[in-house]
Design a protein around this ligand. Structure first.
Ligand code: SAH
Ligand code: SF4
Length: 420
C-alpha cells in the first residue's frame, strides 16, 4: 500500500512537470514516504533526514515527509528537524504540488494532515512496474486490533467507488499489464459507496476485464473472510489460488488480548474450507511474537499452526508498542531477549517447512509471469508463480511481461529455480 502511495505521489509530481532523477544528489524535491506500523519509525526517519542534509545544502532541495509517520508525529518532525519543509498525511497527497508552490512564501515547515472522510481520487499514477499493477480499493481500518496503529494513522475505512476501480483496471489492461493486486487494509469489508456492492461483487465485476490474467488481493481479515469469497475465488478462473490471511497468534488467549475477533479454531476452519475448495492454494500469514502475556505455551500454539497450515510464506515480527493503542495498558511485557529467541525459532521452523515444500516441486511444471531481468547475468530472469513464489530462470529471449511455463529444477527455502 505504501508503494502504491509512493507511486501516486510520483504521479502527482510528474503531472506538474517534475522528472525523476537517477541520483538523489541531483534532486530538487525529496519526499520520504513513511510507515509507522512497527518500532522506531521516527528514529529511522531522522537518521535518513541526517543523511540527506548535504543534498539540501547543495541544491537547496525541498524535503517533504508523507505517510503514517507524518500523520502521527507531525509536530515532532517539524520541531526536531529544521530541514523538513512540509509534512503531509496519507489523506492529503493531492495537496503536495500546491504546498511545494507555496514554500517560497513560508520559512516554517508546512503541516497538512486533515482527515478526509470521503474517498479522493489521485491520478495519474507513476507506476514502477508495467506488468503487475496495484489497485487501491479501500483505505483505513475500523478493526482497532489492540497492538495496531493503522486506524489512528490512516483513519476509518473509506471505500473507492467501483466505477473508478473498474476504469483503472481497464486502463492497466490496455497498457499491457497482466496482473493486478487489489489493495486495502481490510479488503473483505469493501462496499461501493454508491451501490453498496460488496467485495464478492467487486471481484465478479472486474474479472471479465480482458487482458488481465491474474487477480490477487491483500489484506483479508479472517473475521470477515466469508465462504462466499472462498467460493468466488474457486470459481473465478482469473483469481489466483493464493491468499494472505494474517493469524497473528495461534493462542486463543493472545488472540483475545489482541482483539482479533476470531479463535484459532475459527481461523483453521476457514483454512480447511480454502483447501477443500482449492487444494492447490498457496497461503501466507503475518505473525507477531512476544505480545504482552505471551507464555511459552501460547508461543508453542503459534508454532503448531505453522506445522498444521503449511504456509508458503510468513511475515513475522517482534511485538512493538505503538502510540494510542489499547495494548499499551498490558504491563506484562515479554523481555526483548525472549521475543528475539521466539522470532528466530519461528522463522527457523518456517524455513524448514518452505524448503521441504519447495523440494517437492522439483520436476513439476508451472506457469510463471516474468517480472524482468535479474541482476545476476545476461540471460537471468525472475518471475512469480500463481502462488506468488519467486522463480529464477534463464531464457535466451527476453520474456519480460510474458507468461512462461517452467520446469522446476532446484530450490532454496525462499525461491525456486526453473528452466524453460
Ligand atoms: N490489515 C492487515 C495488517 C496491517 S499491518 C491485517 O489486519 O492483517 C501489517 C502487519 O504488521 C500486521 O498483520 C501485524 O502482523 C504487524 N504489526 C502491526 N502492528 C504491530 C506491532 N505493534 N508490533 C509488531 N507487529 C505489528
Ligand atoms: Fe491493524 Fe487490525 Fe486493522 Fe489490520 S485489521 S490494520 S492489524 S487494526
Amino acid at each position: 500500500m505504501n508503494e502504491n502511495e509512493s507511486e501516486q505521489t510520483a504521479g502527482i509530481l510528474r503531472s506538474q512537470g517534475a522528472q525523476p532523477c537517477s541520483h538523489a544528489e541531483d534532486s530538487d524535491i525529496i519526499i520520504i514516504n513513511t510507515c509507522a506500523v512497527r518500532e522506531k519509525p521516527v528514529e529511522k526517519l531522522f537518521s535518513l533526514l541526517g543523511r540527506l542534509q548535504h543534498i539540501k545544502k547543495k541544491n537547496n532541495a525541498c524535503i517533504g515527509v508523507t505517510g503514517c509517520v507524518a500523520q502521527l508525529f507531525k509536530n515532532e518532525i517539524s520541531q526536531r528537524n529544521q530541514s523538513v519543509d512540509f509534512v503531509v498525511g496519507p489523506d492529503n497527497l493531492w495537496k503536495i504540488p500546491e504546498i511545494i508552490s507555496s514554500l517560497s512564501q513560508s520559512s516554517s515547515c508546512i503541516i497538512h494532515t486533515p482527515r478526509n472522510r470521503q474517498w479522493r481520487e489521485i491520478e495519474p499514477i507513476a507506476r514502477k512496474n508495467h506488468i503487475s499493477g496495484y489497485v487501491s480499493v479501500m483505505k483505513g481500518c475500523n478493526h482497532f486490533c489492540t497492538y495496531c496503529v493503522v486506524p489512528f494513522a490512516k483513519g476509518r475505512e473509506k471505500y473507492r467507488p467501483l466505477p473508478y476501480i473498474k476504469a483503472e483496471i481497464k486502463d492497466l489492461a490496455e497498457k499491457g499489464f497482466k496482473e493486478i493486486h487489489l489493495l486495502g487494509q481490510n479488503v473483505n469489508s469493501y462496499q461501493d459507496p454508491e451501490s453498496g456492492k460488496d467485495f464478492v461483487s467487486l471481484l465478479k465485476e472486474i474479472s471479465p476485464i480482458k487482458g488481465i490474467e491474474w487477480i490477487r488481493f491483500i489484506t483479508s481479515h479472517p473475521k470477515n473472510f466469508t465462504s462466499d469469497i472462498i467460493k468466488t475465488m474457486a470459481e473465478t478462473e482469473k483469481i489466483c489460488h493464493q491468499l494472505h490471511l494474517p493469524i497473528q497468534s495461534g493462542s486463543d488467549a493472545i488472540l483475545r488480548y489482541m482483539g482479533r475477533g476470531y479463535t484459532r479454531q475459527q481461523y483453521l476452519e476457514k483454512i480447511g474450507l480454502l483447501k477443500e475448495n482449492m487444494p492447490d492454494i498457496s497461503l501466507s500469514t503475518d505473525i507477531i511474537v512476544g505480545f504482552p502475556k505471551e507464555t511459552e505455551k501460547d508461543f508453542s500454539e503459534t508454532l503448531s499452526v505453522l506445522k498444521q497450515v503449511q504456509y508458503t510464506n510468513i511475515f513475522s515480527f517482534r511485538y512493538s508498542k505503538r502510540p494510542h493503542t489499547a495494548a499499551l495498558k498490558y504491563t506484562e511485557e515479554v523481555p526483548f531477549e525472549i521475543k528475539k529467541q521466539r522470532l528466530i525459532q519461528l522463522q527457523e521452523l518456517q524455513r524448514r517447512i518452505q524448503l521441504k515444500a519447495n523440494q517437492s516441486l522439483i520436476g513439476t511444471q508451472m506457469k510463471v509471469l516474468c517480472m524482468g531481468k535479474s541482476t545476476k547475468n545476461q540471460n537471468s530472469y525472475f518471475g512469480r508463480n500463481e502462488g506468488f513464489q519467486v522463480v529464477n530462470f534463464e531464457s535466451a529471449s527476453d520474456v519480460t511481461g510474458k507468461f512462461v511455463t517452467l520446469e522446476i529444477t532446484d530450490c532454496g527455502p525462499y525461491s525456486l529455480i526453473g528452466r524453460t
